[in-house]
Design a binder for this molecule. Structure first.
Ligand code: RUQ
Ligand code: CUA
Length: 635
C-alpha cells in the first residue's frame, strides 16, 4: 500500500511537472554579462573541450564545444548520413550491415591508467546489440561489432575498463537463449535469461571482439560502471524488474522496494574462461556464475535504480533510485569485506546477496528521481534529478558524525534545470583524474524554451559552472534527439588529422594523376577510377550498358585541409564524400538506360558548380566502339 502511494505521488509530481528545486529566478544584467563572457568563444577563437554526446535514436554521435555548447560536427555511426557520404560507399555500407538505425546511449573514451588517452570513443547501440568504435585520429566510425551473440538490448554499456582492456555490456532485455529459441513470455522466469558481456579491445588497434559472457537471471540490467583503484577488476550494474515481470512492467516491475544490483568480478570471469570453466553458446564462452562462485554477487538497492557510478577514487559506488528520494552510496571496502567474510543475506538462484547494511555507507536524500551521478575529483558528487528537474551537488563520504546522523547536511547545492534531466556529465568524471570545471545537464524536455519549431521538439542541454561552492547555470543549447550520456575531452588531449596523407592511401583503385584515371570493362563488370581535384573529375565520362555491374572509385587527391569533394549520382541514390587523400568506392547494377549526370556535392571552389560529368548508360549492345562500354571523357 505504502508503495502505491509513493508511486502515485511521484507519478503525479511528474505529470504536473512539479519541481521542488524551485523556479529559475530572473537574471540580473550583471549575471547575464558574466555568464555570456564565461561561455563566449569569440570569432576565430576555439573551445577548450570537446563534448561528445550520444544522439540516442538518431543513431549518431554529436560533437559540440565547451564552453560555447555549439554543435560542431556529427559523427555518423549507426545511421546513414549524406552530409559525409556515410552509408553510401561500400565500406560504410558494410559497417552498417542490414541496419539503418541504432540507439546510441553511452559513449566511453578509451583510457590508459584511468585517464583519457585520446585514442578511441566507443558507443553502444541499445536497439541492435552493437558496439561501435570511433577513431579520434579522424573522428570517424571504424568498426561496428555485432549484433553481439546472446545479447538483447545492449543498453548497459559501453563501460570501459581503466586500461581499455574491455568494454563491458549488460542486456536490458531478457529472452530465451540462444537467440532464435522461442518460449512463451509467460514462462519468463524459467526460460528467459540476461547476459553480461566482456568485449575485448585490442590494445594496439582498438579492434573489438566478443571475449566472454556471464549468464544472469532475467532481470532488466540497467546502467553501470567499471571499478578503479581499490575496485579495479570489478564492475557494477543496477537492474530493474527483479520481480521478473513479463508484462505491464510499469506496475509489475516496481513492486519491490529494492532491486538487485550486480557486483561483478570481471577479472575472475576472464580467469574462469581461461581455466576452461565456460561453456560455448553461439560461439561465445559463457560462464554460469552459479557454477563458478566468486564472479557475481547481488546487493539490494532501492528503488528501481538507474545509474550506478564509481567515483574517481574507486571506493564509492553511487546508485540513483528513480523511485526513491535518495542516492545509495556503497563502500567498496565494505563490499570486499562482505565478499571475503560471506556476509550474505541469502541468495538468488545460488548467487549470494550481500547484506545491505554491511556494504552501504549511507542514503543521501538528494530529492526526487535521481538518475546519474558524476564527480569533480574534489570529493563532490553531482546527481541528475529527473523528477525534480535539477542537478544536486552533494558531498561524498567520509562524512562527519553530524552529517552521518542527518545526511541532508551532505547536500550542498541544487541548481534547477529545464526540464527533466536524464544524464549529466562532469568533465572526466569516469576517470581517476576528472577535469572538473564544467557540468552539462542533458534534459529530456525543453518544454517550449526555444523558438517554436512545431511538435517535433529538440532536447535541451545546459552548461553549469562547477568551480565554485555553488553551481552556476551559464547557458543552454538545443540538441538532436536524444542525448543520453556524453564524454568531455580536453582539446589538447587529442590531435586529429585533417588530411589523409597520400602515402597512407592503400586503396588499389586510387588514382593520383590524370593519366591513371580509367574506365575499363571485364565481361559485364565496368570499373571507373576517377580522380577528383578542384574542380573536375578525371575522367568525367563513364559509358556502360544496362545490365552492367558498375564500380566507381573516386580519389580526392587534395592534400589541403577542408578540400572535400563529393560524388552525387542523379537518380541512383548515391552520394559519396571524399576527404582530402581519401578514396571511396560504390558498386551498383545498372538497370535503366539514360544519361545521368554526376556532380560534386561538397562546395569546394569557385568552380564547384562546374565539377560534373556523365554516366551514359546505353541499351545493351549500344555505345561507343561497338559497345565495348568504355568511355572517352576528357582527361
Ligand atoms: S540511460 S537518461 Cu541510456 Cu539514463 Cu538515457
Ligand atoms: Cu569538388 Cu565541389
Amino acid at each position: 500500500m505504502k508503495t502505491t502511494i509513493t508511486l502515485n505521488t511521484i507519478a503525479l509530481a511528474f505529470a504536473l511537472g512539479l519541481t521542488s528545486c524551485g523556479k529559475q529566478t530572473g537574471m540580473s544584467q550583471a549575471e547575464r554579462t558574466a555568464n555570456a563572457v564565461a561561455s563566449y568563444v569569440a570569432p576565430g577563437e576555439k573551445d577548450e573541450y570537446y563534448l561528445f554526446y550520444s544522439g540516442g535514436h538518431s543513431g549518431q554521435v554529436y560533437v559540440a564545444g565547451i564552453p560555447s555548447l555549439r554543435h560542431i560536427s556529427t559523427i555518423p555511426v549507426f545511421a546513414p548520413y549524406p552530409a559525409t557520404g556515410y552509408g553510401f560507399d561500400e565500406e560504410s555500407k558494410k559497417l552498417l550491415g542490414d541496419f539503418t538505425w541504432g540507439d546510441v546511449h553511452h559513449p566511453a573514451l578509451s583510457q590508459t591508467n584511468s585517464k583519457y588517452d585520446g585514442r578511441w570513443l566507443f558507443v553502444n547501440d541499445n536497439a541492435n546489440n552493437r558496439i561501435a568504435r570511433i577513431d579520434l585520429r579522424d573522428f570517424k566510425t571504424h568498426q561496428i561489432l555485432g549484433p553481439i551473440p546472446n545479447s538483447i538490448g545492449n543498453h548497459g554499456s559501453s563501460f570501459i575498463t581503466e586500461n581499455s582492456e574491455y568494454i563491458l555490456c549488460a542486456t536490458r532485455f531478457s529472452v530465451p537463449l540462444p537467440k532464435g529459441r522461442v518460449a512463451d513470455p509467460k514462462d519468463y522466469e524459467k526460460e528467459f535469461n540476461g547476459m553480461l558481456s566482456g568485449i575485448k579491445v585490442d590494445p594496439q588497434t582498438g579492434e573489438m571482439k566478443v571475449g566472454w559472457q556471464i549468464l544472469t537471471p532475467p532481470f532488466d540490467w540497467d546502467l553501470g560502471s567499471t571499478g578503479k583503484g581499490p575496485s579495479s577488476g570489478w564492475a557494477f550494474w543496477t537492474s530493474y524488474n527483479t520481480e521478473m515481470a513479463h508484462d505491464v512492467l510499469e506496475v509489475n516491475s516496481t513492486q519491490k522496494d529494492r532491486d538487485l544490483c550486480a557486483i561483478v568480478n570481471w577479472r575472475a570471469a576472464e580467469k574462469a574462461v581461461a581455466d576452461g570453466k565456460a561453456q560455448m553458446m553461439d560461439g561465445v564462452p559463457i560462464v554460469d556464475p552459479t557454477k563458478v562462485p566468486g564472479i557475481l554477487y547481488f546487493v539490494p538497492i532501492g528503488k528501481s535504480p538507474h545509474g550506478m557510478d564509481v567515483d574517481p577514487t574507486g571506493k564509492w559506488i553511487v546508485a540513483g533510485g528513480k523511485l526513491q528520494p535518495a542516492t545509495t552510496v556503497l563502500n567498496f571496502e565494505k563490499v570486499q569485506a562482505a565478499v571475503n567474510n560471506k556476509t550474505f543475506e541469502g541468495d538468488f538462484r545460488g548467487i549470494p546477496i550481500l547484506k545491505y547494511e554491511a556494504v552501504v555507507e549511507g542514503e543521501v536524500p538528494v530529492g526526487l528521481g535521481p538518475l546519474h551521478t558524476q564527480y569533480d575529483g574534489k570529493g563532490n558528487a553531482y546527481t541528475s534529478m529527473f523528477i525534480d528537474s535539477c542537478i544536486v551537488k552533494w558531498k561524498l563520504p567520509p562524512w562527519t558524525d553530524t552529517e552521518k546522523k542527518d545526511l541532508t547536511k551532505a547536500v550542498l547545492d541544487k541548481v534547477p534545470t529545464h526540464f527533466s534531466t536524464g544524464h549529466l556529465v562532469v568533465a572526466g568524471s569516469d576517470t581517476a583524474h576528472p577535469y572538473g570545471k564544467w557540468c552539462v545537464a542533458m534534459n529530456k524536455l525543453s518544454a517550449g524554451r526555444h523558438i517554436n519549431v512545431g511538435p517535433s521538439q529538440p532536447e535541451s542541454s545546459q552548461l553549469i559552472d562547477i568551480t565554485g561552492d555553488k553551481m552556476k547555470m551559464i547557458s543552454e543549447a538545443y540538441t538532436e534527439p536524444e542525448p543520453h550520456f556524453a564524454q568531455i575531452l580536453k582539446v589538447t588531449d587529442v590531435q586529429p588529422t585533417e588530411v589523409y596523407p597520400k602515402d597512407e592511401n592503400k586503396d588499389p583503385n586510387a588514382v593520383w594523376d590524370k593519366a591513371q584515371g580509367s574506365v575499363t570493362r571485364n565481361g559485364n563488370q565496368v570499373t571507373a577510377k576517377l580522380m577528383a581535384i578542384r574542380s573536375r573529375y578525371n575522367p568525367d565520362r563513364i559509358d556502360a550498358q544496362v545490365g552492367d555491374e558498375l564500380t566507381v572509385a573516386v580519389t580526392n587527391v587534395e592534400q589541403t585541409r577542408d578540400m572535400i569533394h563529393g560524388f552525387g549520382l542523379i537518380e541512383h541514390n548515391i552520394n559519396m564524400v571524399m576527404d582530402p587523400g581519401e578514396t571511396k568506392t560504390f558498386h551498383i547494377k545498372l538497370t535503366k538506360p539514360g544519361v545521368f549526370p554526376f556532380y560534386c556535392t561538397n562546395f569546394c571552389s569557385a568552380l564547384h558548380q562546374e565539377m560534373q560529368g556523365y554516366l551514359v548508360v546505353w541499351k545493351p549492345g549500344e555505345g561507343p566502339s561497338g559497345a565495348s562500354g568504355v568511355s572517352g571523357g576528357t582527361k
